[in-house]
Design a protein around this ligand. Structure first.
Ligand SMILES: Nc1ncnc2c1ncn2[C@@H]1O[C@H](COP(=O)(O)OP(=O)(O)OP(=O)(O)O)[C@@H](O)[C@H]1O
Ligand SMILES: [Mg+2]
Length: 354
C-alpha cells in the first residue's frame, strides 16, 4: 500500500507564497500527473513531497503517517529527475547499485538480484557495464528509472523525465512508463508541462495554475468537463475556443457573429463564455454563426482553421476537403449540447450544455 495525502500544503520563499493551499489525495497504485504551465509550482510541490523542500504550512501523509518533518531518505520515496543525475564515472550497473550499497544493509547478492531484475524490466541488461557517456539519452533515462526501481520505494516521483528526449523516443518511453506502472503496480506522481503527456499517462490529472490546484480528475472527465476556462484551454490541442456571449432573457445568448440568439437551456445570471472544442465545429453555409477565416493549416488528413467570430478567435478541425481559404467568409456550426458554458465574471463552469 502507498497513499500520499497533501493537506492544505503551501510553500513560501521569503514570505512570497508560490504554492497555495494544495489538497490532493493520491491513491495506492495511482498514476497522478501534475500538469500546468512553466512556473506554476509543479516541481516545488513534488520536491515538498520528496522532502527536498520544506513545507511552509500544511501536512503531508504517506500511508496515513505524518511525514511533514521526516527526512527525505526516511520517506520511502524515489525521485527521477529531468537531468537523470547519473554518476559519470560509474557503469550503469554501479549507478543502479550505488544507493543500495550506501543506504541499506542488503546483501551483495540481493543488490545484484534487484539490479538485474530492474535491468530486465527496462531492457538494459546488455548495457550494464557501460558508463553514461556511452549511452543514448533514452538509455540514460532507463538507468535513472532503474536506480529508482531497485530501491522498491512506496512512491515514485518523476519531474519531467522525458523532456530531454526527442519526440519519437519520448513517445516510446511514455509507453514504457505506462507499461511499468501497470505491470509493477507502482504508485507514481509525475510532473509535466505537456498536456498530451498528462492525458496519455495519468490515471488522474491534477491541473495547476499560478500555484493553485485548478481541477483533479480522470483525463477524459477533465477534457469533457473542464472546471474553468483555464483548464478548458490548457487541456486539449488545439485548444478549446472561447466565445464571449451576452446573456439575454430565458437562457438565450447573443453574439455579434450569431445569426440569431441561441438557447442554452440554462437560466443565466449574467454574460457567459461558450467553450467549444475544435472537433465540434463544422463549416456550413447555413451555420449558426458567420466569421472570417484568418489562417488554415493543412496537416495531412485534416485542416486546422482559425476563424474570427467578431473579436473571438475560434479554431476548427475540419477535413481538408472542407477547409476554406484564408480571407473567406464562412458559416460555422456547432452542437450547443456539446458546448461548455462558463461564467464571464470568473471563468468558472456553470453547466455542461443542455
Ligand atoms: N528557491 C526558490 N526561491 C524563490 N523562488 C522559487 C524557488 N524555487 C522556485 N521558485 C519560484 O516558485 C515558482 C514555482 O516554481 P516551480 O519550479 O515549482 O515551477 P514549475 O511548475 O515546476 O515550472 P517548470 O515547468 O518551468 O519547471 C516559480 O515562480 C519560481 O520562480
Ligand atoms: Mg519544474
Amino acid at each position: 500500500m502507498a497513499t500520499v495525502q497533501l493537506i492544505n500544503v503551501s510553500k513560501s520563499y521569503d514570505k512570497v507564497e508560490t504554492v497555495h493551499d494544495i489538497n490532493l489525495n493520491i491513491e495506492d497504485k495511482e498514476f497522478m500527473v501534475l500538469v500546468g504551465p512553466s512556473g506554476c509550482g509543479k516541481s516545488t510541490t513534488l520536491r515538498m513531497i520528496a522532502g527536498l523542500e520544506d513545507i511552509t504550512s500544511g501536512q503531508l501523509l504517506i500511508d496515513g503517517r505524518d511525514v511533514t518533518d521526516v527526512a527525505p531518505q526516511k520517506r520511502d520515496i524515489a525521485m527521477v529527475f529531468q537531468s537523470y543525475a547519473l554518476y559519470p564515472h560509474m557503469t550503469a550497473y554501479n549507478n543502479m547499485a550505488f544507493g543500495l550499497r550506501k543506504t541499506t544493509t542488503l546483501a551483495k547478492s540481493e543488490i545484484d538480484r534487484r539490479v538485474r531484475e530492474a535491468a530486465e524490466i527496462l531492457h538494459i541488461t546488455d548495457l550494464l557495464e557501460r558508463r553514461p557517456k556511452a549511452l543514448s539519452g533514452g538509455e540514460r533515462q532507463r538507468v535513472a528509472i532503474g536506480r529508482a526501481l531497485v530501491r522498491q520505494p512506496k512512491v515514485f516521483l518523476f519531474d519531467e523525465p522525458l523532456s530531454n528526449l526527442d519526440a519519437k523516443l519520448r513517445n516510446r518511453m511514455r509507453g514504457e512508463l505506462k507499461r511499468l506502472h501497470q505491470e509493477l503496480g507502482l504508485t507514481v506522481i509525475y510532473v509535466t508541462h505537456d498536456q498530451i503527456e498528462a492525458m496519455t499517462l495519468g490515471t488522474r490529472v491534477a491541473t495547476m495554475s499560478k500555484g493553485h490546484l485548478q481541477q483533479v480528475g480522470a483525463p477524459m472527465d477533465i477534457y469533457m468537463n473542464p472546471a474553468n476556462t483555464f483548464v478548458a484551454t490548457f487541456i486539449g490541442s488545439p485548444e478549446m475556443s472561447l466565445v464571449h456571449c451576452r446573456a439575454g432573457a430565458g437562457g438565450l445568448i447573443g453574439h455579434p457573429s450569431f445569426n440569431a440568439e441561441i438557447q442554452t437551456g440554462q437560466p443565466l445570471a449574467g454574460d457567459v463564455i461558450l467553450g467549444v472544442r475544435p472537433e465540434e465545429f463544422s463549416f456550413s453555409a447555413r451555420g449558426m454563426a458567420r466569421g472570417r477565416v484568418e489562417r488554415a493549416e493543412l496537416i495531412g488528413a485534416e485542416a486546422i482553421v482559425e476563424v474570427m467570430l467578431d473579436k473571438d478567435r475560434i479554431t476548427v478541425r475540419s477535413p481538408v476537403s472542407d477547409a476554406p481559404k484564408p480571407g473567406s467568409d464562412v458559416g460555422v456550426n456547432f452542437d450547443m449540447r456539446r458546448a461548455r458554458l462558463f461564467d464571464a465574471r470568473n471563468g468558472q463552469a456553470i453547466a455542461s450544455g443542455i
